[in-house]
Design a protein around this ligand. Structure first.
Ligand SMILES: Cc1cc2nc3c(=O)[nH]c(=O)nc-3n(C[C@H](O)[C@H](O)[C@H](O)COP(=O)(O)OP(=O)(O)OC[C@H]3O[C@@H](n4cnc5c(N)ncnc54)[C@H](O)[C@@H]3O)c2cc1C
Length: 264
């Protein structure tokens, strides 16, 4: 059997209106929002790397949601569309029909602003996941590198890794109060890097830690999520300086310093 065979699964995209059930401030910069509602039933997310598109109220405070026309999102004419952003399904509990999403509060933008004021009973739109990238389960090590936007995916991945797996986590956060408990059955070497006022797009904390990382025996899968330029440079470092095969690296820009929205 081929070693390290990843899988890609496609899903039928479903657009839903979901309702806030409860809100919990996990850390100063992370707001957990738990959603429910009848439309959520049947929600499917099979990989920690999945994302949903969330649709927030527009500047008039109205939800103006698209419909799906031949696989494309079409917004109604004559109204400002709801802004949409990508978020990780941190957890979906099938029995309770509850979807947990952890929002970074970074101080700017419709998603962060909405999450900061979120309260039970409010509704937003959700679409997807439209596909899942399922990482091969036979690597010797899983190295997860990311800023605070990556913590929901990293937290979920650690939750789901089996006993006997080994993960190395390099996590960059605004400050020490933003550390959060992460549990796993796997063996996990976790290092926090606190920016303490350094600009998140210009920080080099993860890059420096990556360069100092001791060589790991066997094969490693490298998962990176951070500001777009940083994610790209870390991928280049792995592929070009260390010679890691392209298929063993998945690096995604989770946000862009120039303010344009990532289309994932
Ligand atoms: C696949 C995927 C999964 C993601 N999962 C999550 C998740 O689970 N939780 C989560 O919080 N985010 C997640 N993100 C990142 C999130 O989509 C972006 O941070 C998004 O830009 C936030 O939208 P906004 O409306 O708050 O800000 P925007 O309107 O997009 O941006 C406004 C301003 O804020 C800046 N900005 C945006 N994000 C950040 C940030 N994190 N830190 C500092 N400045 C920022 C922009 O450069 C811009 O100047 C994910 C992204 C992708 C692609």
């Amino acid at each position: 059997m081929t070693r390290h065979a990843h899988q890609m699964q496609r899903h039928t995209v479903i657009l839903r209106e979901i309702e806030v059930l409860r809100v919990e401030r996990l850390t100063p910069h992370m707001q957990r929002v738990v959603f429910g509602g009848d439309a959520l039933r049947g929600f499917l997310s099979v990989s920690p790397d999945d994302h949903v598109k969330l649709f927030f109220p527009n500047r008039e405070g109205r939800l103006v949601l698209p419909s799906l026309e031949q696989g494309r999102l079409e917004f109604p004419e004559g109204a400002e569309p709801s802004p949409m952003r990508d978020y990780t399904p941190r957890r979906y509990d099938d029995e309770l029909n509850e979807l947990t999403v952890d929002f970074v509060l970074h101080g700017d933008g419709p998603a962060s602003a909405w999450a900061e004021q979120a309260a039970p009973g409010q509704r937003i739109g959700a679409g997807g996941p439209r596909g899942s990238f399922i990482v091969a389960e036979d690597f010797d090590h899983y190295v997860m590198i990311g800023d605070e936007t990556a913590l929901p995916a990293i937290g979920r991945w650690l939750d789901e890794l089996p006993y006997g797996a080994h993960a190395v986590v390099l996590a960059e956060i605004p400050g020490s109060a933003d550390r959060q408990p992460l549990s796993s059955r796997a063996e996990v070497d976790l290092s926090w890097f606190e920016r303490d006022g350094i600009d998140p797009a210009g920080s080099q904390l993860l890059e420096n830690a990556l360069e100092r990382l001791p060589e790991l025996p066997g094969d490693s899968f490298w998962w990176i999520a951070a500001e777009s330029g940083r994610a790209r440079r870390m991928r280049q470092y792995l592929n070009e300086a260390l010679g890691v095969p392209k298929e063993w690296v998945r690096a995604t820009g989770y946000w862009k310093a120039d303010g344009t929205v990532e289309e994932a």
